[in-house]
Design a protein. Sequence first.
Length: 392
Amino acid sequence: MDRLISERARPYFEKVQKIGPIIRAHADRAEREAQMPREVIAAFHDAGLFRILIPRNMGGGELTIPDSLRLCEEVSRIDGSAGWNFAICSGSPLFGYNLSRAAFEKIYGDPLGVSAGSLNPATTRVVASDGGWRFSGKATYASASAHATYLMAAGMVLRDGAPQLVDGFPVMRAGLFPIKNAKILNTWSTAGMRGTGSNDCEFDNVFVPDEFTFDWLNAKSPWQRGAFEKIPLQLQFVGGLVSVVLGTARHALDTLNEIAQAKVPAATRATLRERSLAQIQYAQAEGLLRAARAYFYNCNDEIWREGEAGETFSIQDRAHARLAVVTAAKLAVQAVDLVADAAGMNSAQTSCPIERCWRDVHTATQHVLMNTARYEVVGRVLFGLDPGSPVI
């Protein structure tokens, strides 16, 4: 267990270990069905793990964001898809905090209340209506949507049929509405992260009351105080999905260590652990993963400390946080690549966890907030240029 976790978070780490056998038992089924089995979702609910960021007066854990990231990593060490769905479902209150308090309590006051969705504005249109907004379009890659009670969507605000612009950028509005008002499409067919059930959700002319919406690019909680009030939304959710990649990479390293104890490679008499190449690759992978974790958690721990102290955050702070995210993801993928090479044909067998870990990290890191294109946005900011994107 990570020595930096708080005492309040420790019981939740113990709960993760208790439901670990359930996650493992259904991992293959999740892969086949491209959906997280309800037995796994029920185990998360029963353990209260989806409510770690909910206020304590609502029966939640009220954990810090750094604690939640380490929990996501721990779940992902068991299974990447389960970790991804856990990151999405447990992290959804971060968005809900930007609604009115009454709306937040309506959604998350339900013990089974969970939101899923997408903040990709390109596929959704939002039009002002009396008392709220009307949302039409599609929430793409909505992980865990089959188990959510509410769907979150973000879209460009249209006025007279054209996008409303401010300083050259379109105005964007996000909203949450009951997922029963959307149609879940069977669109999730990928090489990795198959068990996340990240299907598209389609909706048309759904009315969303104003208190269930927020300004996506300038989100600010109207009622939260402390770090959740001070830290910009884009910095609050900057790391949840990267912690999944880190945990999945650790799963791969753990598996290689097990294999190396017994495997005798072809044309040799010694075990894999006695082979110099395997020793080198394993050490390199361990170093890369430790470097990724150190950079990533140091950055997020510092963001939380600054938020608690009431400090302000600049565009450079956001750029450095994104740099930590993308770099950690890249280093973790390199570590898994080394592990797969060291394991030889074992890593090509679908019965070997390394094979799934390899597919999962390569799929996960194509996410828009982790992929290589983010380096360009960060580089522009570090050079003193406009980021060229509303999302860093």
